[in-house]
Design a protein around this ligand. Structure first.
Ligand SMILES: C[S@@+](CC[C@H](N)C(=O)[O-])C[C@H]1O[C@@H](n2cnc3c(N)ncnc32)[C@H](O)[C@@H]1O
Length: 245
C-alpha cells in the first residue's frame, strides 16, 4: 500500500500501531467540546434532509465522526488506510444496520466504481498527510452525487503548528496551506459554494490538559478573544472546508 513516494505506507504503519488509543486522545473536557464543534458541521449537513442519504467517512479512525453520521438516516460507508482501525470499527458497528461497508482503502487512489455514490463525504484530520490535495479531491468528487456535500480539514500554514516548518523547513508529518491556495484547489477540483471556517488557534496540548470545566472555559474564552481580534479563519490551526459538488 504505497503511493508514488511511499508516503502512505508510513502513515498506515503509524496508525496501525496507534490503533484504538487514538479515541482516548479525545477524552479531555476541552477536546470533547472541540469535537462537538467539529461534529456540528456534520449535523448541519443533515438539516432539511428528510430521506435517507448515502454517506462516506474517509479515515474513520476510531469512529468519532461516523458516530455522529449514523445517528441520522443513512447508508454509511467508511474507509481507512489502517487495517487496525477498520477491524476496530467493524467490531464496534457489527450490529449497526446503517453501516453498510468498512474497508481498508488508501484515499490517494480512486474509490471503487462499484460503490454507491455519496451525498455526504467527510474527511476529518486525514488529508493533511498528503500534498496531493487536488488529485484526492477530484477522486472524491467522482464518487459523489450532484449536490453532495464534502467536509474536510486541512492545516493552515499561518498558524503556530506551522512555525517549526517555516523556520527550518522541517515540521510535523503533515502539509499546510494558505487560505487562498486552498480555495483555488477546491474550485479547481470542481467543487462550488466553498465555505471555510476555523475554531482553534491554540496548541492541541492545551486542549489535552484542559480536563475540567474551568480550564476548558478559560481556553474557549481565550479562543473567542483571538477570534474577535483576528477574524474567523486567520491563524486557525485547521481549516474546515464545506463544499458542494
Ligand atoms: C487523525 S486520525 C482521524 C480519525 C477521524 N477522522 C477523526 O477525526 O476522529 C487519521 C486517520 O486517517 C487514516 N488515514 C491516513 N491516511 C489515509 C489514507 N491515505 N487513506 C485513508 N485513510 C487514511 C489513519 O489511518 C487514521 O485512522
Amino acid at each position: 500500500m504505497t503511493d508514488s513516494n511511499g508516503h502512505s505506507s508510513i502513515v498506515a504503519d503509524f496508525w496501525n500501531k496507534r490503533g484504538e488509543t487514538y479515541g482516548r486522545s479525545w477524552r479531555s473536557v476541552a477536546k470533547r467540546r472541540l469535537s462537538n464543534w467539529e461534529l456540528d458541521l456534520v449535523k448541519q449537513a443533515f438539516n432539511n434532509k428528510k430521506k435517507a442519504i448515502k454517506t462516506l467517512d474517509i479515515g474513520i479512525g476510531t469512529g468519532r465522526v461516523s458516530d455522529e453520521i449514523i445517528r441520522h438516516q443513512v447508508t454509511h460507508y467508511a474507509t481507512d488506510i489502517s487495517r487496525t482501525m477498520i477491524d476496530y470499527c467493524r467490531n464496534k458497528y457489527k450490529n449497526n444496520k446503517r453501516v453498510k461497508l468498512l474497508k481498508v482503502h488508501d484515499i490517494l487512489k480512486p474509490l471503487p466504481k462499484n460503490w454507491d455514490k455519496f451525498d455526504l463525504v467527510t474527511a476529518y484530520r486525514v488529508l493533511s498527510y498528503y500534498p496531493q490535495l487536488t488529485t484526492i479531491l477530484k477522486n472524491i468528487r467522482c464518487s459523489m452525487n450532484d449536490g453532495g456535500i464534502l467536509i474536510f480539514t486541512y492545516p493552515n500554514i499561518d498558524s503556530m503548528v506551522a512555525v517549526p516548518k517555516l523556520i527550518n523547513n522541517k515540521g510535523w508529518l503533515g502539509n499546510e496551506i494558505h487560505y487562498n491556495d486552498l480555495v483555488k484547489i477546491v474550485r479547481d477540483a470542481g467543487f462550488s459554494e466553498c465555505r471555510i471556517v476555523g475554531c482553534s488557534r491554540l496548541l492541541d496540548t492545551f486542549y489535552d490538559w484542559s480536563d475540567n470545566r474551568l480550564a476548558a472555559d478559560v481556553l474557549f474564552a481565550s479562543e473567542k478573544i483571538l477570534k474577535l481580534i483576528f477574524g474567523p479563519t486567520r491563524f486557525v490551526r485547521l481549516f474546515y472546508v464545506i463544499c458542494k459538488k
